[in-house]
Write a protein of this length. Structure first.
Length: 230
């Protein structure tokens, strides 16, 4: 089973309020994106890592990849305007092999457990699609357009979705082709897969698997880093 990992990293990170892309900010002197890539470099199930980023980031990222000896990274791919566009561009470079798996992961989730990577990839191989998620901790209420509560949702059935999300290559390609034909947009790859009638299986992940998008997230990342040595 050949497994490719696509890491879209072409965003600007406006919510971080930084002069550089949030993926290049450092935690304990190591850029976030390098911590993220290293998680998949270590995985016994990952064959190749495809980074999709802005062209003006190529030189910096290539230097970092070389410095940290991340040998599974393939030639960088120029990203698109949206995350969805970047994943589609990365998907074009995935080899067309039988029983192939494509795993998509956010560039700024550097604290993913190896066990979660393994479980998500293996579940995708068995069921066709799998996503990492954690159970909702808070009570969730649904509101109407007037801002009033319409109903309280059953928390026991609700999940906060993370990445990695993994799919058989043929399934993700079909989902992206259908999205292009219909003009469907999504910030979540599993939504596109659900749209073609395939329900991903949920793999319970860790609450440490945060997405670093704001200054508060960066502070939390500094606290988590000692648990996740490079």
């Amino acid at each position: 089973m050949h497994t490719s990992v696509i890491i879209p990293a072409a965003g600007f990170g406006e919510r971080m309020g930084s002069a550089i892309g949030k993926q290049f900010l450092s935690i304990d002197n190591v850029p976030i994106i390098i911590r993220t890539i290293a998680c998949f470099q270590r995985s016994r199930l990952v064959d190749e890592i495809i980074i999709v980023t802005r062209e003006d980031s190529f030189a910096l990222l290539e230097e970092l990849i070389s410095s940290f000896a991340l040998s599974k990274v393939r030639p960088l791919v120029k990203g698109g305007a949206r995350r969805q566009d970047s994943v589609a561009l990365g998907l074009r470079t995935v080899p067309d092999v039988q029983d192939g798996i494509v795993c998509v992961h956010d560039a700024v989730r550097p604290f993913i457990l190896d066990a979660t990577i393994t479980q998500v990839i293996e579940a995708a191989g068995h069921f066709g699609a799998a996503i990492a998620a954690v159970k909702a901790k808070d009570t969730i209420k649904q509101s109407g357009s007037d801002g009033r509560v319409q109903q309280t949702l059953d928390r026991s059935t609700l999940w906060n979705v993370q990445t990695p999300q993994a799919f058989r290559t043929s399934i993700l390609r079909e989902a992206y082709a259908q999205a292009e034909r219909s003009g469907r947009t999504a910030t979540d790859d599993s939504f596109l897969v659900e749209s073609i009638g395939i329900a991903p299986v949920i793999v319970e992940s860790s609450y440490d698997n945060i997405k670093i998008t704001t200054p508060d997230d960066l502070l939390l990342g500094q606290l988590l880093a000692p648990r996740y040595p490079l």
